[in-house]
Design a protein around this ligand. Structure first.
Ligand code: SAH
Length: 402
């Protein structure tokens, strides 16, 4: 029997989720502009109605059809009968000493995902999730320890942006969120049916209106997905590399076995074809003694020269039960220097929001795991003596290991 506190938060999640989803009604946030035009055509309405509705929802933040005053009363009541505008509900929110904010959002089925907002002097980045959990099993990522539950719907993806925008007091004159990155939970290119309409809504002027280069899809290297994405939008592409040779990369990112480095680089080149000045961002998590040797930096340089790119180095963020450690500042500095001296742009991602576990690879959410990976991880944690009785992350263990 779980302790009372966790029982009540479970109950809150279930009740929040049940108020989010009304099975008989469709969530209007699931529709991009072409899809909404089609829906309205099936109601005998003209396409421009779809544009009016998107503006109400995304520009005016009106979520009650009865308030959409330029729409006929008849259509308003028809819309209310058929659709809902369902945003995820906030279960918890935290603010870091550095201003980073994190929300845990309740989704249907007892699941929840975390969304992180990272303010910087010149921009504000929102890190969103595309799946509850992940199927890819990258060895250095805490999401992998939680298994996989399901894909997020389009409405749940744009709902993360709308919720964060509302909480930040978003208005068009003062854009708090300037960039959106798919770097939360999940592999976005394994959920194309929902991620692609969400991207269209992010870019659509009548909806969220982001410039394409300010939306970044981060992938572990799903080659067919990269080719599909190119057909959808001209968004920025980040590729999680972490190793420049196949043996090392396969150890860290098992997907590399299916799509090895040469194929991945070819897909990156296809993605950039015809785009002036565009570059791929390669992400490289620095793990002590695993991929942070000067020799690794040199093979990385050879790889980076094959594609217009820049490198984003991420110091590994530990999580309970991991055997990996973050590279020392000295090692990180040497690694970055070798890359930069070769004339390659290499930035170091500052760890943000680590007092609230909001850094890369630390987002946990709540995954109603269907893969038994979470269970196996809990067993390993217990064997190491780092699990708490309710199965949640052991805070002390995390602090000691950082
Ligand atoms: N599936 C996608 C997006 C999610 S991960 C992808 O693989 O790109 C987002 C970024 O965080 C990736 O670059 C990932 O490799 C990195 N990351 C994951 N776990 C991490 C950890 N423990 N420490 C630092 N970075 C991590």
């Amino acid at each position: 029997m779980p302790p009372a506190e966790s029982r009540s938060s479970e109950a809150a999640a279930e009740s929040a989720a049940s108020s989010v989803v009304t099975p008989a009604k469709k969530n209007l946030l699931d529709f991009d502009l072409p899809m909404l035009e089609q829906e309205l055509a099936s109601l005998g309405e003209k396409p421009f109605r779809a544009r009016q509705i998107l503006k109400w929802v995304y520009h005016q933040h009106v979520h009650d059809f009865s308030e959409m005053s330029n729409i006929s009363l008849k259509l308003r009541s028809e819309l209310s009968a058929r659709y809902t505008i369902a945003l995820p509900q906030i279960m918890t929110q935290q603010t870091s000493e550095d201003g980073t904010r994190k929300w845990l959002l309740a989704l249907s089925g007892g699941n929840a995902v975390e969304v992180v907002y990272i303010p910087e002097p010149s921009r504000g980045t929102l890190c969103i999730s595309s799946q509850v959990g992940c199927m890819l099993n990258c060895t250095f990522c805490s999401t992998a320890t939680q298994g996989f539950s399901r894909n997020l719907s389009t409405g749940e993806i744009v709902g993360q942006v709308l919720t964060a925008a509302r909480e930040l007091g978003h208005c068009n004159a003062d854009r708090k969120i300037t960039n959106v990155v798919f770097m939360g939970m999940g592999e976005p290119l394994l959920n194309p049916d929902n991620v692609f309409p969400a991207i269209r809504l992010l870019l659509e002027d009548l909806a969220l209106g982001f410039a394409a280069r300010r939306v970044t899809v981060s992938t572990a290297g799903l080659v067919p997905g990269i080719d599909q994405l190119k057909e959808v939008a001209d968004v920025s592409l980040a590729v999680s590399l972490h190793g420049a040779e196949n043996t090392l990369r396969t150890e860290l990112v098992p997907l590399n076995k299916k799509y090895p480095i040469a194929e991945l680089l070819a897909a990156c080149r296809r993605y950039l074809a015809g785009k002036a000045r565009a570059r791929i961002t390669f992400e490289y998590t620095l793990i002590e003694g695993v991929n942070d040797h000067p020799e690794h930096a040199r093979s990385l340089i050879r790889l980076l020269r094959q594609v217009p790119s820049k490198l984003n180095l991420i110091p590994f963020n530990p999580f309970p039960g991991t055997d990996y450690q973050r590279s020392t500042p000295q090692r990180i500095a040497t690694f970055q220097k070798i890359i930069q001296e070769a004339g390659v742009v290499a930035t170091l991602r500052r760890t943000r929001g680590d007092d609230i576990d909001a850094a890369c690879g630390q987002l946990v959410g709540r995954v109603k795991d269907r893969t038994r990976r979470q269970e196996r991880h809990q067993t390993r944690l217990l064997a190491k003596g780092v699990a708490t009785p309710d199965g949640g992350p052991n805070r002390r263990a995390l602090e000691v290991s950082t």
